[in-house]
Ligand binder design. Structure first.
Ligand code: S3P
Length: 175
């Protein structure tokens, strides 16, 4: 059975790498945000607006408990998932958890290019972004670093980043 959960900050490439990994392994791919938005028929910004971050974290936890029970999956979480409740312990108890680690510089660059709407970054200018990420990583890193494996994606060259991340994950897990 293959049950892999990718964690890491927004913009680390969890969804892109997760899809490529799942395709190579021939197992379904799930993105937790997608799972939440499909179930509740609301976008992530809409859920934040209607229920606040606390409400979103509750739904996120509930959906994590559904999605992570599937056998043979690659699941990518939201950037905050490991940092609330006992989510990190829960994920470690039933899956191979992989932290896609990147520097604030690399994350800020990806997020400036990205089109996705992220409520926690709303209103941040491109100049403010890197400092904000750096601050947030101070509180988040202790959770992320509890993953069973860490892949440093900032060192990888942009063109081969996805294939190289997939290769490194497969090497870690010997699959
Ligand atoms: C969040 C990350 C987002 C999404 C929500 C909150 C976070 O997911 O779950 O906007 O707290 O870091 P991505 O990491 O896929 O962008």
């Amino acid at each position: 059975m293959v049950r892999i959960i990718l964690i890491g900050y927004m913009g680390a490439g969890k969804t892109t790498v997760g899809k490529a990994l799942a395709t190579e392994l021939g197992v379904p791919f799930y993105d937790l945000d997608w799972f939440i938005t499909t179930r509740y028929r609301r976008s992530v910004p809409e859920i934040f607006a209607e229920r606040g971050e606390e409400g979103f974290r509750d739904l996120e936890r509930r959906m994590l408990h559904e999605a992570a029970e599937f056998e043979d999956i690659v699941l990518s979480c939201g950037g905050g998932t490991p940092c609330f409740f006992d989510n990190m312990d829960y994920m470690n108890s039933l899956a191979d958890t992989i932290y896609l680690k990147a520097t604030p510089e690399v994350l800020a660059m990806h997020l400036r290019m990205g089109k996705g709407k992220r409520p926690l970054l709303e209103g941040k200018s491109p100049e403010e972004l890197e400092g904000y990420i750096r601050e947030m990583l101070i509180t988040r890193e202790p959770f992320y670093s509890q993953a069973k494996y860490t892949i440093d994606v900032s060192l990888l060259d942009t063109v081969t980043k996805i294939q190289e991340s997939v290769r490194l994950i497969r090497e870690c897990l010997s699959i």
